[in-house]
Design a protein around this ligand. Sequence first.
Ligand SMILES: Cc1cc2nc3c(=O)[nH]c(=O)nc-3n(C[C@H](O)[C@H](O)[C@H](O)COP(=O)(O)O)c2cc1C
Length: 176
Amino acid sequence: MKKIITIGGSNSKNSINKILAEYVGDLVKNVELIKVDLNNYEMPLFSVDVEAKVGSPKGVIALNELIETADGFIISLAEHNGSYSVAFKNAFDWLSRINGKVWRDKPMLLLATSPGIRGGQSVLDIALGRFPFNGAQIVGSMSFPSFFDNFKNNEVLNEELKMTIEKLVADLEKKI
Ligand SMILES: Cc1cc2nc3c(=O)[nH]c(=O)nc-3n(C[C@H](O)[C@H](O)[C@H](O)COP(=O)(O)O)c2cc1C
């Protein structure tokens, strides 16, 4: 069975991006879903000096090995001051030192949400510009706005957003 990895781009225990990535992942039919919580992959703050001393930390090696097995990705990025959360960027930087093609030329749905009306549009734009250089085959993307108004009890309340997600899922199913 094909394997899809979901990643919430945050280290918040109650990450809304983790919730969204996993919600969307659960809609994909006939795949094995691996739900990544960045908190389970311990790693120090990236520095070339730490890297020279210890190489890749265990958490990074484990995450990289998991990524190696993926047939596709659903990633939802937290937006901190218009950009990646430190936790995500740190993992991304470490991973890129093992293999620049972090996303292994595999299909990806790229999402971002926040409590605000733009969702995570700014971080999404940054990742849309960058991830293809790291081997992401981006199938589709969406910024999911006003998370707490539009998502309750594991349901998307807004019909338009729901339809957009269903279309993204169908497009991903075709590519994996
Ligand atoms: C340091 C910091 C910066 C933030 N900057 C933004 C921002 O630029 N845009 C935004 O929409 N929300 C911003 N927020 C609010 C986050 O979107 C919110 O905390 C959200 O829950 C983060 O996603 P997560 O729950 O997946 O961690 C910020 C939050 C923090 C802690």
